[in-house]
Structure formats: structure tokens, C-alpha cells
Design a protein around this ligand. Structure first.
Ligand code: GDP
Length: 196
């Protein structure tokens, strides 16, 4: 495998449509509402402190692209606090997201949902948006360590009713991270085979 990449290095920070890199490596796009635990998870996956944890919730930011050492980039989309966001915030989120997903470079969209709040309105909106795209989708349940053992089965069932199969993870304890990594790799390979 090509190895002149630095895992977790920031490749591009995109705040306007015009700023998108001319050429994209295959992209895995991480999407979730503000505070869902996206930065914490990305830091675990990238093995760095690239993504900033605990930013001001709902603040519209850009899309950040990070290198991995696995031949694809990770795209960190701005937190989608749809329910509480202003019209202007929703529009600017939509402009960037549409540009990213319209690029043809996204092999997989990862939707993060908070395991403590199944069925949040913002998550239904995000799921609807992602399902409207022609992009494979993987749903991840974050902060799994916060659930008591007895709640896990019920919560998983509820989440799977809403989203189909989910991958529970904890950025805090590391639970589920390796199997998520494996699944992401498997899905990307599957796409490559289908695309050739
Ligand atoms: P983001 O806004 O989606 O990027 O979310 P952050 O990664 O900034 O996390 C939001 C809050 O949830 C922070 O206070 C984190 O410490 C906390 N958090 C994130 N992931 C986990 C997790 O796996 N377990 C627990 N217990 N807390 C988490």
C-alpha cells in the first residue's frame, strides 16, 4: 500500500463550494448532529487529535478532509443541528454536503446517532437526506459506554428499527472501534469491486 500519507493529517478545510480539492481520493463521509461524538470518534479512528472535541454546538463549520493510511480520506462534515439551526445554517450545510456527495468521490456515508437518544428529530432528517443520495450508508451508535448492560439490547433493537443494522461504538472505551474499522474497509472494497 502507498505509504507517503500521514494518518490524521488535514488535507483540506472547505468552507465554500469553490474550495473543494480538485481531485478527491475515495471518501468516507462522517455525518451527525452536533454533540453526537463525531470528533471523539474520528480522533479514535484516525489515531490522532485531529478533530476538535467539544466545539460550540451547532456552529456551522467547514468540511474537513483527513488522510488515513488505508487509501481513502475521511470527511468530517459540520454538525447538523437541523432542528435548531437557522435557515441560513441549513442552507450552507446543504450547499457543502450536496457538493461533496455530488462529487462522485464518496464511497460510504457514516451516520452517527447518539445511543442515548434514539429517534431524535435531527437524526430522522439526516437519515432522510442520506437515504435520498446514491451513496452506501452505515449507521453508528455513539457513546455506547453510557448505556447500562440491561439497556443495550433494547436500545440496539430500537435503533435498528429506525436505521437498519447499527454499529455500536464508544470513543471513550474503544469498544466497537475495531469492528467499525473492519466494516468500513469491507464496504469500501465492495464498492471498488462493483465500480470496476
Ligand atoms: P461532536 O460535536 O459530534 O464532534 O462531539 P464531541 O466528540 O465533541 O463530543 C461531544 C461530547 O460527548 C463531549 O463532551 C465528549 O466528551 C462526549 N463523548 C463523545 N464520545 C463519547 C463516548 O464514546 N462516551 C462518552 N461517555 N462520552 C462521549
Amino acid at each position: 500500500m502507498k505509504n507517503d500519507t500521514v494518518r490524521g493529517a488535514l488535507v483540506a478545510a472547505v468552507h465554500r463550494r469553490e474550495d473543494f480539492p480538485k481531485r478527491l481520493l475515495p471518501v468516507v463521509a462522517f455525518v451527525g448532529r452536533s454533540n453526537v461524538g463525531k470528533s471523539s470518534l474520528l480522533n479514535r479512528i484516525l489515531g490522532t487529535k485531529s478533530a476538535r472535541v467539544g466545539k460550540t454546538p451547532g456552529k456551522t463549520r467547514g468540511i474537513y478532509f483527513y488522510e488515513t493510511d488505508e487509501g481513502h480520506w475521511v470527511a468530517d462534515l459540520p454538525g447538523a443541528g437541523f432542528a435548531r439551526a437557522s435557515r441560513a445554517e441549513k442552507e450552507s450545510w446543504g450547499v457543502l454536503a450536496d457538493r461533496l456527495f455530488g462529487s462522485g468521490g464518496v464511497r460510504l456515508a457514516v451516520h452517527l446517532v447518539d445511543s442515548a437518544v434514539p429517534g431524535a428529530a435531527a437524526d430522522r432528517e439526516i437519515a432522510e437526506y442520506l437515504e435520498s443520495l446514491d451513496v452506501p450508508l452505515l449507521t453508528v451508535a455513539t457513546k455506547w459506554d453510557r448505556l447500562k448492560a440491561a439497556e443495550k439490547t433494547r436500545t440496539r433493537r430500537r435503533l435498528e428499527e429506525l436505521h437498519g443494522e447499527v454499529w455500536p461504538v464508544s470513543a471513550k472505551t474503544g469498544e466497537g472501534i475495531e469492528s467499525l474499522r473492519r466494516e468500513v474497509r469491507r464496504r469500501i472494497r465492495e464498492e471498488e469491486v462493483q465500480g470496476t
